[in-house]
Ligand binder design. Structure first.
Ligand code: PSZ
Length: 503
């Protein structure tokens, strides 16, 4: 039981408005053990300002711009009023949100299951005492890891390391790859000479190893991750980069069934390049210790790789002892209809490491037991994540299981893709290449300008959305996205396209 003063502060934790929202959400949701939660969503989007951003957003953007570069800010948001798949901005505009904070909101805004977790008095200490997880984890930590993370682990990846964000997960996964590779090369732990030379960034302690990545990939903006990122120049310019091999990721022609031969040759071209680069870098004294790859290139423009491509890639990695790191930061957590997009590929062996963040609410990576670092403190930082996020993730995983949301995402995704295909047939000079798995869908515009205009008009028509690559509209929905949301999108997309084609 909590000390009376903590109980008092608990009672006063929410102001009147917040209490009424929570009351409303909870009263409309039934108990979590019997029926599903009901999201008290608005009926449809509603835009009330003449321009977007509206005047209140614009004022806040101007004010923020006085103290930082606020050029990327689109809107200021009222997160208290946003519910489920609807985002409400400070001007009172309500948007259907198909972007969900760059794919990072699993169940929608203010989901009652998460509010319950925050309200539960026994969770308070988790929210206010953020521990240094690597040295002083809370008594509940092991149970949390099992229940929130290991219960949904990709097959064969039985160990887990938490982190704070996606880039941090990638950086540390790449370090694990290098530990493993050097230990394998040497056949023993680091020697005295390794320990001495690493201090001045010299060989052999700081070895000449490389990590393969793919053109068009995105893995984060920190130094190591940025060397593996090849989506946009503005991410990389002015930053020193490692000389690491960059292979091509397939670029298919759609519809896939009309271009089977072409696409097969494209797979083989990229696979040959991968093997050639592994051999070239090995001859040049920078052996490839690992490769990092997204199951679907997400930032880079929603480029998919086939089952065959990934199955062959896994074989190549095994052949050359190259660790296969699959970056599921954007694809993981359910939007493809499976927790892990790479599971669609049915590779004969699992990847060696899988990184995650975004919809998982906490960052981190799963790894095969042989990749466990040999010594403590080799993978370490102050927070190593945040157990309060594990509490929330645990609720998410329970809701997904109970409400069968992955199955529903698969169905909603089929419905969405069918509509995208219909729309592209209606506007063949503007739209092409509708594609996707689950609701992780995308469609290309004939030019970047048209795509950008469409996004602006969609905002005005009440859809919050974003692009990927240069001319692509991407779908990054929550896991509670349903057919009726698709219908609302389709109606507004059609209106948008009609006005574009009249220009
Ligand atoms: O512009 C940016 O920095 C963006 S926009 C979307 C992302 C980053 N995604 C992050 C991301 C990702 O999609 C993949 C596949 N890997 C790593 C990352 C990095 O995650 P964060 O942003 O959490 O560091």
């Amino acid at each position: 039981m909590y000390h009376p003063s903590i109980q008092r502060s608990l009672r006063s934790m929410f102001n009147g408005h917040q209490r009424s929202i929570i009351q409303r959400l909870l009263s409309s949701s039934s108990s979590s053990t019997t029926t599903n939660y009901v999201l008290n969503e608005p009926n449809e989007p509603k835009i009330i300002t003449n321009e977007i951003p509206g005047p209140k957003s614009r004022k806040l953007i101007d004010d923020l711009n006085k103290i930082q570069n606020a050029g990327a800010i689109q809107l200021f948001v009222d997160y208290e009023k946003s519910i489920g798949n609807y985002l409400v901005d400070v001007d009172g505009n309500t948007y259907l949100d198909i972007y969900s904070q760059i794919s990072s909101i699993p169940l929608g805004y203010n989901h009652p299951a998460l509010i319950e977790a925050v309200k539960d008095p026994k969770n308070i200490s988790s929210f206010i005492n953020r521990p240094a997880l690597g040295i002083l984890p809370p008594k509940t930590f092991n149970d949390q890891l099992h229940s929130a993370l290991l219960s949904i682990a990709p097959k064969g990846l039985n160990e887990i390391q938490t982190m704070a964000c996606g880039s941090c997960s990638v950086e540390n996964a790449l370090k694990v790859v290098c530990f493993y590779y050097r230990t394998w090369q040497r056949g023993q732990p680091p020697t005295e000479e390794d320990m001495r030379t690493c201090m001045t960034n010299e060989q052999p302690g700081s070895p000449k190893l490389s990590i393969m990545s793919f053109m068009g990939g995105f893995h984060g903006r920190t130094f190591g991750a940025l060397s593996c990122t090849h989506s946009k120049a503005i991410h990389k310019v002015d930053i020193p980069a490692f000389d690491w091999p960059i292979a091509n990721f397939p670029r298919y022609k759609y519809p896939l069934n009309d271009y089977l031969d072409y696409n097969q040759r494209e797979d083989d071209r990229c696979l040959t390049m991968v093997e050639d680069l592994i051999e070239k870098y090995s001859h040049n004294g920078k052996p490839v210790a690992g490769m990092i790859i997204e199951p679907i290139q997400s930032e880079g423009g929603d480029y998919h790789g086939s089952k065959y491509f990934f199955q062959q890639l896994r074989k190549i990695c095994t052949k050359y002892n190259v660790a296969m790191v699959i970056d599921e930061v954007q694809t993981g957590g359910g939007p493809t209809g499976k927790y892990w997009a790479h599971e669609h590929f049915e590779m004969e062996q699992p990847p060696d490491i899988v990184t995650f963040s975004k919809k998982m609410l906490i960052g981190g990576f799963y790894y095969r037991p042989m990749f466990r670092p040999d010594k403590p403190y080799r993978i370490f930082n102050t927070w190593l994540g945040d157990p309060s996020k594990l509490l929330l993730l645990d609720q998410v995983v329970k809701v997904v299981r109970k409400e069968n949301l992955l199955k529903r995402i698969e169905e909603t995704g089929d419905y969405l893709l069918k509509h995208l295909e219909q729309i592209q047939n209606q506007y063949p000079s503007i739209l092409m290449n509708a594609r996707g798995v689950g609701t992780f869908c995308a469609i290309d515009f004939s030019t970047p300008e048209l795509r950008d205009q469409a996004i602006r008009k969609l905002h005005q028509n009440g859809v919050h959305c974003g692009g990927s690559g240069t001319a692509t509209l991407r779908f990054r929905t929550t896991l509670t996205f349903e057919n009726r949301h698709v219908d609302q999108f389709v109606e507004r997309f059609d209106r948008t396209l009609r006005s574009l084609s009249k220009q």
